[in-house]
Design a protein around this ligand. Structure first.
Ligand SMILES: *Cc1c(COP(=O)(O)O)cnc(C)c1O
Length: 398
């Protein structure tokens, strides 16, 4: 019975649901974006001109923060946040294993040690109870991730950080426009980072930003972005500058900031479209026994960067890898977010992880599949995803 259904799958030579691959995420570039970038090309400033500050101010205002400092990528923004927090050799910070490698790498860049704590199986974010249990005298920061756009337990992390004198750095690469309670993500942590990679909510090509309310942190971030240089204070010798930190060239050009500004203008519509697609998925998959749908806690508003399902592999005759390939063959560009960071080779070799350390994250990571979700998706594309997921899982039903 299952073999009959499986033979209709594109993987087995059957007719695919789609002839072209629908990606899991894709940027949306409008005519106003193109016009804004072209206007910069005709202006005096290509790199650091007035558009950088305009983008920083607009984004910071949108997320309820005093200062925004733009960077050449979300990864550079994370690196700068760790620098600004004063974290260095001998220091540790605790983050989630279920994230992109950059979240932990930023600590290694500064000679600090990433530690991990397991996740909440419900919303797949870092578990504050487990973080509290993992604190050591060397812990300097907590680095939660708003997985898939769903805010981590920020009130718990805020309390924990305040109680122990730790810095709270939030990786909100997935969560531009999310809320925790009635507060926007960007207004709760000491330093919050966003990414503007094309798969994220708004894009600048490559790009990122750190937002903070602290003027001293903002000054350190700005210095780090430009080599660690401070300009001259001398009227007599105005060529002078000095170098007071080891910084980098992590600047985000005016060209990119112009794109970010027009993209930001469409953020609300983008968030609403994501939410509508998610509502359609949630309803379509409500009665399928072969998967677990993502959740949204009642006290948060997710930004729905991803729509990650978890396969109930016990109810299926195929493993996740087969289902991944079967969906790709149907023209559905599924993706896995993420392989647990501690099990990547660099982390295994440097820290001796071998699996089993964070069983909840490891179990989730083995079941996860992100389905396509981006604002430009048409209703027909959303239906293709639903058709293909239902077709493939039904074919492999135990
Ligand atoms: C995208 C992403 C980053 C890095 O952002 P880049 O702009 O690609 O450097 C960091 N953390 C998470 C969770 C991300 O998804």
């Amino acid at each position: 019975m299952t073999t009959l259904a499986a033979s209709t799958l594109a993987l087995a030579g059957g007719e695919p649901v789609r002839r072209t691959l629908l990606p899991y995420a894709r940027q949306q570039v409008a005519e106003e974006d193109i016009a804004a970038v072209v206007a910069i090309l005709r202006s005096d400033w290509l790199t650091t001109g007035p558009t950088v500050a305009a983008f920083e101010e607009a984004l910071a205002a949108r997320v309820g923060a005093r200062f925004g400092v733009a960077f050449s990528s979300g990864t550079a923004a994370l690196h700068a946040a760790v620098f600004a927090a004063g974290i260095g050799p001998g220091d540790e910070a605790i983050t989630t294993p279920l994230t992109f490698a950059a979240t932990a790498n930023c600590l290694l860049y500064q000679g600090a040690t990433p530690r991990f704590a397991d996740i909440r199986p419900h919303d797949l974010t870092l578990d504050p109870t487990r973080v509290a249990a993992a604190l050591t005298p060397r812990t300097r920061a907590i680095l939660p991730v708003d997985y898939a756009g769903h805010p981590a337990r920020l009130s718990d992390f805020r309390a924990l950080a305040d109680r122990h004198g730790l810095v709270l750095i939030e990786d909100a690469a997935h969560a531009l426009g999310a809320h925790f309670g009635d507060r926007p993500v960007g207004s709760l942590a000491d330093l919050t980072i966003f990414s503007f990679h094309p798969v994220k909510h708004i894009t600048t090509g490559e790009g990122g930003m750190v937002v903070t309310d602290d003027p001293l942190l903002a000054a350190r971030l700005r210095r780090f972005r430009t080599h660690g240089i401070v300009p001259s204070q001398s009227a007599a010798e105005p060529w002078r500058y000095d170098l007071i930190d080891l910084g980098y060239n992590y600047r985000l050009p005016d060209l990119n900031c112009a794109l970010g500004l027009t993209q930001l203008g469409r953020l609300e519509a983008n968030l609403a479209r994501r939410r509508a697609i998610v509502a359609t998925y949630q309803e379509a998959f409500a009665d399928l026994p072969w998967l677990t749908r993502p959740v949204e806690e009642p006290d948060v508003t997710s930004a729905w960067h991803l729509y990650p399902i978890r396969l109930n592999v016990e109810t299926l005759t195929a493993d996740r890898a087969t289902i991944f390939r079967a969906l790709r063959a149907e023209g559905i560009g599924v993706q896995v977010h993420y392989q647990p960071v501690h099990l990547l080779r660099l982390y295994r070799e440097r820290f001796g992880y071998h699996g089993g350390e964070f069983p909840l994250a490891e179990d989730a990571a083995a079941r996860l599949l992100s389905l396509p979700l981006f604002p430009a998706m048409t209703a027909a594309e959303v239906e293709d995803v639903i058709t293909a997921v239902t077709k493939v899982l039904r074919a492999y039903a135990r």
